[in-house]
Design a protein around this ligand. Structure first.
Ligand code: NDP
Length: 453
C-alpha cells in the first residue's frame, strides 16, 4: 500500500496533461488523479488550434466561391452567417471535450473539476477543499493570452474571446504580428471583417524566414488587410461609434473591436510553486531540466507553462517523455530539435529547421528558392504566389531548413519534416522523383542555387 493517494497527480487537462495521465494510468498501471478548473481539452481543443482551424476553413470558402465561378460553376456568393457557424463550432467543441473526459475515464484516471494548488512537494489542494497526496506531481496548466498593459486595455479582446462573440465586428484592429495576430487577421478578413494590423517591428512573424514572412505579408496586403509596421497602441477609449485608438505612428482611428495578439504568459501564478521551492522565470515559465523535472524532485512541468516550444504536439511529446522517464524507468530527454510547424495564415506557411538568416550565421550555405503562381489559383485569375525554399549546408550538403508558403503548406511540411529530421542531403531530395503536377514537386526539382553565402 502506497503512502500516497496517487502515484501521479496531474494539474491541467489540456493536450499534454491528459496524454501523460492516460498513458501513465493505461500503460503503466499508475494510480492517477487529474484536476482541471476549466474545460477538458485545454487551449488547443477549446480555445486554440481546433476552433481556430475550423475558422480557417470557414474563412477559406470566401475565395473559393470566386474560384469556383472561374472553373465554370454557376454559383453566387452569399453572406457568412456567424451565428450558424459558431453554433456548430460550439457543439463540436462540446463533443471533443466529452471525448477527452471519456479517454481519462476509460484509462482509470480520477478527475476533479477544480483548481489545484501545491501545499508541499507531494500534496495538492483542490478548490473543493480536498487535499490529495501524490508521489509525483505534473503541472500542465498551459498559458493565456496577454493584453498590453495600457489604460482601458480590457476594452479589447484576446484570442480566447473570439469564439464567444455574439456577432462579428464590422472592423477590427489586431495588435501584434505573431502567429495569433496573423492567423486571426486572415481568418477575420476572409469572414468579411475590415481588418487593420498594428505591429511594432518592421515585419510580421518575427523569427521566421525573412523571405517567407515577406511573401505572406505581401499576400495579406494584396488581399486587403490594412497593415502598419512600426505601430503600436498608445491610448484607447470607448467612444459612441466604437473603440478609439491613438497609435505610435500618428494615427487616431475608431474600430468596432480591438484584438490583442500580443503574446501569451504561462499559467504559473498563485499555485504555491515558489513557496515549495519551484523556480519560476520572470516571464512566468516554470524552470525544468531536460526531463521536465523542476528543482523539487517530485514536481515536473510540461507544455506551455514551461515556455519551451509552445505547440500542442510538443506538449504531448513532453508528456510522453515524462511518463517514460518516471514510470517506464527509461530516462528520456525531450527532443526539441527540428520541430516542423505551420502558421495558418492565407497563404499558409510550413517550416522546419533553420531560417536562411540563422543558417548563414552558422556556416557556408546554398539557398534554393522558387516562387511562382500556382496552377489552381492562376487559372482562376488570382495573383497568389507560393514559395518553396531549401537552405542547404555547403559543407555536408544537409538540408538545414525547409520553408514553404502555399495553400496546404502545413500538410507538406509534415512530410518534408521527416526527411529534414533524418538528416537528408540536397542530393537525397533530388534523388526523389517529383509528383506531378503539384506545387511541392519544386522541392525536388530545384537544380541551381539561387544564392550562395
Ligand atoms: P508571438 O510571440 O508569436 O507573437 C506576439 C506578438 O506580440 C509579436 O508580434 C510581438 O512583437 C508582439 N508584442 C509582444 N509584446 C508587445 C508589446 N509590448 N507591444 C507591442 N507588441 C508586442 O505570440 P502569439 O501570442 O501570437 O502566439 C503564442 C505562441 O503560441 C506562439 O509562439 C506559438 O508557439 C503558439 N501558437 C502556434 C500556432 C500554430 O502552431 N499555428 C498558432 C498560434 C499560436 P515582436 O515580434 O516585435 O516581439
Amino acid at each position: 500500500m502506497s503512502e500516497f493517494d496517487y502515484d501521479l497527480f496531474v494539474i491541467g487537462g489540456g493536450s499534454g496533461g491528459v496524454r501523460a495521465a492516460r498513458v501513465a494510468a493505461g500503460d503503466y498501471d499508475a494510480k492517477v488523479g487529474l484536476a482541471e478548473e476549466d474545460r477538458y481539452g485545454g487551449t488547443c481543443v477549446i480555445r486554440g488550434c481546433v476552433p481556430k482551424k475550423l475558422m480557417v476553413f470557414a474563412s477559406g470558402y470566401h475565395e473559393m466561391v470566386g474560384d469556383a465561378q472561374a472553373y465554370g460553376w454557376d454559383i453566387k456568393e452569399g453572406q457568412f452567417d456567424w451565428a450558424s457557424f459558431s453554433g456548430t463550432l460550439n457543439s463540436e467543441l462540446d463533443r471533443l471535450e466529452g471525448v477527452y473526459r471519456d479517454l481519462l475515464k476509460s484509462s482509470g484516471v480520477d478527475t476533479f473539476d477544480a483548481r489545484a494548488t501545491l501545499k508541499d512537494a507531494h500534496t495538492v489542494m483542490l478548490s473543493t477543499g480536498e487535499e490529495k497526496t501524490a508521489k509525483h506531481i505534473l503541472i500542465a496548466t498551459g498559458g493565456r493570452p496577454v493584453r498590453l498593459s495600457l489604460e482601458n486595455a480590457d476594452l479589447g479582446i484576446v484570442s480566447d474571446d473570439i469564439f464567444h462573440l455574439d456577432q462579428l465586428p464590422k472592423s477590427i484592429l489586431i495588435v501584434g504580428g505573431g502567429y495569433i495576430a496573423c492567423e486571426f487577421a486572415c481568418i477575420l478578413h476572409g469572414l468579411g471583417v475590415e481588418v487593420s494590423m498594428y505591429f511594432r517591428g518592421a515585419q510580421i512573424l518575427n523569427g521566421f524566414d525573412d523571405e517567407a514572412r515577406g511573401l505572406i505579408a505581401d499576400q495579406m496586403r494584396q488581399r486587403g488587410i490594412d497593415m502598419h509596421s512600426g505601430a503600436n497602441i498608445l491610448e484607447m477609449a470607448q467612444h459612441d461609434d466604437g473603440i478609439w485608438v491613438k497609435s505610435s505612428h500618428g494615427q487616431e482611428r475608431t474600430f468596432s473591436q480591438v484584438f490583442f495578439g500580443t503574446g501569451r504568459r504561462p499559467n504559473s501564478d498563485d499555485m504555491g510553486l515558489e513557496d515549495i521551492g519551484v523556480q519560476i522565470a520572470r516571464n512566468g515559465a516554470i524552470e525544468v531540466n531536460e526531463y521536465s523535472q523542476t528543482g523539487v524532485p517530485s514536481v515536473y512541468a510540461i507544455g506551455d507553462v514551461t515556455n519551451r516550444v509552445n505547440l500542442t504536439p510538443v506538449a504531448i511529446r513532453e508528456g510522453m517523455a515524462f511518463v517514460k522517464t518516471v514510470f517506464g524507468g527509461e530516462p528520456t530527454p525531450v527532443d526539441h530539435d527540428l520541430i516542423p510547424s505551420a502558421v495558418f495564415t492565407q497563404p499558409e506557411m510550413g517550416t522546419v529547421g533553420m531560417t536562411e538568416e540563422h543558417a548563414a550565421q552558422q556556416g557556408p550555405i546554398e539557398v534554393y528558392c522558387t516562387s511562382f503562381r500556382p496552377m489552381q489559383t492562376a487559372f482562376a485569375g488570382r495573383d497568389d504566389r507560393v514559395m518553396m525554399k531549401l537552405v542547404v549546408s555547403s559543407e555536408d550538403r544537409r538540408v538545414l531548413g525547409c520553408h514553404i508558403v502555399a495553400p496546404q503548406a502545413g500538410e507538406m511540411i509534415q512530410m518534408a519534416g521527416i526527411a529534414v529530421k533524418m538528416g537528408a542531403t540536397k542530393e537525397q531530395f533530388d534523388a526523389t522523383c517529383a509528383v506531378h503536377p503539384t506545387m511541392a514537386e519544386e522541392l525536388v526539382t530545384m537544380r541551381t542555387p539561387t544564392r550562395t553565402t
